[in-house]
Design a protein around this ligand. Sequence first.
Ligand code: DGL
Length: 269
Amino acid sequence: MNNSAIGVFDSGIGGLTCVEELINLLPNEDIVYLGDTARVPYGTRSRETIMSYARQDIEFLKQHNVKMILVACGTVSSVLSFMKEDPGISVSGVVQPAVKAACAATKNNRIGIIATSATVKSGVYGKVIRSINPEIKVVGKACPMFVPLVENGYTSPDCPPARYFAEEYLEIMKEEEVDTLILGCTHYPHLSELISQVMGDRVTLVSSGAELAKYALNTLTYSDSTADREESGNIELYCTDSEELFSENVEKFLGKNINAKISKCSLKL
Ligand code: DGL
């Protein structure tokens, strides 16, 4: 048993897709979330910059005495293996859990991965998928306009700019006949309805943030480290830019009834 909170971070609001699933799976856990909204997007930046931001995000969460850190950011997850220093706490990213789910779901051995430019460029998904099954064909596509669309609330399938970019980016996935598509950026599940309409309902969408939450459930259960309380856990959400815009997005994505304390914080930039 361990009553410390679970720490989660992302460059913005994308990691809320992981928090949503954590609340479903582990309702008694305290959660501390950091969305680095002042510096989103991370996905267009260099590996060094992404690692330096990630170190600050990890330090912030460590100050909140968390028992584990979930990197609910595909971009940071794709550079985690390059961070050689020991963070002194368990830090897990989205890649392995998402790959495991996708490999289990594919029937025709054709998996698509859509993510930020940094994640696609890293090639990490192809590497991990092929280490599990070298027969699987992996098709990657960067979708740089998806994050700004989500951060600004343009997520409806009826929204013309969102549909334009979805059709443009997903064309290759249809041509390559993938039957499983990893949403390798945690912002993308906010566009699931649209992505599903464009891809067709026979294609399985894998939400990397939700898979990370399932991984947390398994890890905490097997190590006997779940919280020992009957009541719902406390949810503390931090952002580094406008609290107002962040609160609107939280309400939109986690629902109006979410009982969360929202604050702005500084990472001493
Ligand atoms: N949610 C981040 C990811 O999963 C957003 C990308 C970004 O900051 O560019 O990659």
